[in-house]
Design a protein around this ligand. Structure first.
Ligand SMILES: NC(=O)c1ccc[n+]([C@@H]2O[C@H](COP(=O)([O-])OP(=O)(O)OC[C@H]3O[C@@H](n4cnc5c(N)ncnc54)[C@H](O)[C@@H]3O)[C@@H](O)[C@H]2O)c1
Ligand SMILES: [Fe+2]
Length: 435
C-alpha cells in the first residue's frame, strides 16, 4: 500500500497491521443487557466499579438491577478516583482481591474503565506495581496471560477506553501521567448506551469530545504502519502500530461527525441527536486509535496533567486542582498539527474540511494552518482554555513540561516526525496561547 510519510521511511518496515477491538454492543438502553452479558461470560460474582458521582446515578442503578435480575452476585466499589493515580489503582486492586470476584463491570468514564483494567490485571497476576507500567518509567513486563472477563460501560463520550488495551494513571511520585499497555487488558465486552450522555455536564462533554477529536486526528496523521520496524515476533505487534487503512475509516467518520455535532452536543443536553452522535464518534475513534495509536498531543498531555498547579475547571467534583484529560490534550493539538502537516498536507487539509473548514483554496503549505485554525475555532466556540496559559502554565514551565513528556516514547515515536528534546520544546512553545 502506497505511503507518503517519507521522513521515517525504513527498509525493514512492517508489512501488515492488526485489527483488534472489544466486542461492542451500541444503542439506546443497552445497559439493561448487562446481566445477560455477564451470565453469557460465565460470571457468578462480579465487581461493579464506579466513581462517587455516578454511584447514585440511574446508569449504575440500571446495570445493578440487570445483574441482580440475572442472578449474579454484585460486589460494589464506588470509590474510583476521577483522574486515577497509582494509589487509587492499588486501592481498587485491594478491593478486587478481597471481594473474590470472577469478573468485572465498569460503569463510568475513562477513569473508571482504566481503574477496572488495573484492578483486574493486578488481582489476576499479582506483581509489584511498576512491573507492568510502560518502560522507561516502569519495567514494561509483559502481562503473563488472560485476565477475568470485564464488561465496560462508558458514561462519557470520550476516551474510547472500552475498546483499548491501555490504562492511564498519575504516578504521584513523578508528578506525571503514564500507563500500562497490553492487548490483554482490553475489556472483553463494551456496552455503549448513548443515553448516558444526557446527564453529562457541558464542560465534560466538551473535554471528552476534544479527546475524541484528537484521538481521530492523531491516529489519522500518525506514522504509517509500514514505516515502523516489523516486530521480531509477529504476535507482539504494538497497539501503537501506526496509521492503517482500518483506523483511517473510523477517523474519517469520527471527524465528520464531530464537525457536525461537537458544538451542538456541548451547547444543549436536550440535543439528544448531537449527544448520541458524539458517542458514536467516540466509539469509532476509540476503535481507530486502539489500532493505530495516538502521538504527540497525547504524549505532551501527560506532563500538562501531571504537573497541574491551581487550575480547577467547572464540571469536575474534586476540590483540588486538575487538568482533565481532554483539556490536557487539546491545548497541544494545534501546535502539533502545524508542525506535522509538512509531511502529509493532504491528510491535514482533509481533516480540516471534515471538521467544517472551507479548504477549497488551501495550498499544501497552508494545510497545517487550516487544521490548527479549525480546531481553534471549535475550542473558542465551546469555551475551552486558550492553550497552556489557559490551564495555568507559562513560558518558565516549558523545560519541566518537556522533561515530564520526553519519556513517553510509546506515543512520541508514533508521530510522523522525529520528536527530540528540541522539537518538543518548540511544540510546547507553540502551544502557550492561540488567540
Ligand atoms: N485507556 C484509554 O485508552 C484512555 C484514553 C483516553 C483517556 N484515558 C483516561 O481517561 C480519564 C478521563 O476519562 P473521561 O474523560 O471519560 O472522564 P472521567 O471518567 O474522568 O469523568 C469525568 C467526570 O464526569 C463525571 N461523569 C461521567 N459520566 C457521567 C454521566 N453520564 N453523567 C454525569 N456525570 C458523569 C464523572 O463522575 C467525573 O466527575 C483520564 O484519566 C484519561 O487519562 C484513557
Ligand atoms: Fe485520550
Amino acid at each position: 500500500m502506497a505511503c507518503c510519510h517519507t521522513e521515517l521511511e525504513l527498509e525493514q518496515g512492517d508489512t501488515a497491521f492488526n485489527v483488534d477491538t472489544s466486542s461492542i454492543t451500541f444503542g439506546d438502553g443497552c445497559l439493561s443487557e448487562a446481566g445477560a452479558v455477564a451470565r453469557s461470560l460465565g460470571i457468578k460474582r462480579i465487581a461493579l466499579m464506579t466513581d462517587p458521582v455516578l454511584a447514585t446515578s440511574a446508569h449504575v442503578a440500571k446495570v445493578e438491577a440487570s445483574l441482580s435480575a440475572a442472578g449474579i452476585a454484585v460486589a460494589r466499589y464506588d470509590d474510583v478516583r476521577v483522574e486515577p493515580t497509582d494509589e487509587s489503582f492499588q486501592a481498587a486492586t485491594k478491593f478486587a482481591i478481597d471481594a473474590k470476584v470472577d469478573g468485572f463491570i465498569s460503569v463510568g468514564g475513562g477513569s473508571v474503565i482504566d481503574t477496572t483494567k488495573a484492578a483486574n490485571l493486578y488481582s489476576t497476576h499479582p506483581a509489584d506495581f511498576l512491573a507492568y507500567v510502560n518502560a522507561p518509567i516502569g519495567e514494561g513486563v509483559a502481562v503473563p496471560g488472560p485476565l477475568m472477563p470485564h464488561i465496560a460501560c462508558p458514561t462519557t463520550s470520550g476516551t474510547g477506553s472500552e475498546c483499548t488495551g491501555i490504562a492511564v494513571f498519575d504516578l504521584l511520585a513523578m508528578k506525571a501521567k503514564t500507563g500500562i499497555a497490553s492487548s490483554l487488558i482490553r475489556p472483553t465486552k463494551a456496552l455503549i448506551d448513548p443515553g448516558v450522555t444526557e446527564t453529562l455536564p457541558a464542560n465534560v462533554v466538551a473535554a471528552s469530545a476534544f479527546d475524541v477529536l484528537s484521538h481521530a486526528l492523531e491516529s489519522y496523521t500518525a506514522r504509517h504502519f509500514h514505516v515502523r520496524p516489523a516486530p521480531a515476533d509477529p504476535t507482539q505487534r504494538p497497539g501503537s502500530q501506526g496509521a492503517n487503512p482500518w483506523s483511517d475509516l473510523g477517523c474519517r467518520e469520527a471527524l465528520k461527525l464531530l464537525g457536525t455535532y461537537l458544538v451542538r452536543a456541548v451547547d444543549s443536553a436536550e440535543d439528544v441527536e448531537a449527544r448520541h452522535q458524539v458517542m458514536w464518534a467516540a466509539t469509532l475513534a476509540g476503535i481507530a486509535f486502539g489500532n493505530a495509536g495516538c502521538h504527540a498531543p497525547h504524549g505532551m498531555s501527560y506532563s500538562v496533567a501531571g504537573m497541574v498547579k491551581d487550575f480547577q475547571p467547572e464540571g469536575w467534583p474534586l476540590g483540588e486542582p486538575i487538568v482533565p484529560h481532554g483539556l490536557s490534550v487539546i491545548v497541544n493539538s494545534p501546535s502539533v498539527f502545524r508542525m506535522t502537516s509538512e509531511l502529509d498536507p493532504a491528510r491535514h487539509r482533509d481533516a480540516a474540511s471534515w471538521l467544517g473548514a472551507d479548504t477549497a483554496d488551501v495550498a499544501d503549505d497552508e494545510a497545517g494552518e487550516a487544521l490548527a485554525g479549525q480546531i481553534i475555532t471549535l475550542m473558542k466556540a465551546t469555551n475551552m482554555p486558550n492553550g497552556l496559559m489557559g490551564v495555568g502554565y507559562d513560558a518558565n514551565d516549558i523545560d519541566d513540561l518537556v522533561a515530564g513528556s520526553l519519556p513517553q516514547r510509546r506515543l512520541l515515536d508514533n508521530a510522523p516526525i522525529q520528536i527530540d528534546k528540541v522539537k518538543l520544546t518548540e511544540l510546547y512553545q507553540g502551544a502557550l496561547s492561540y488567540w
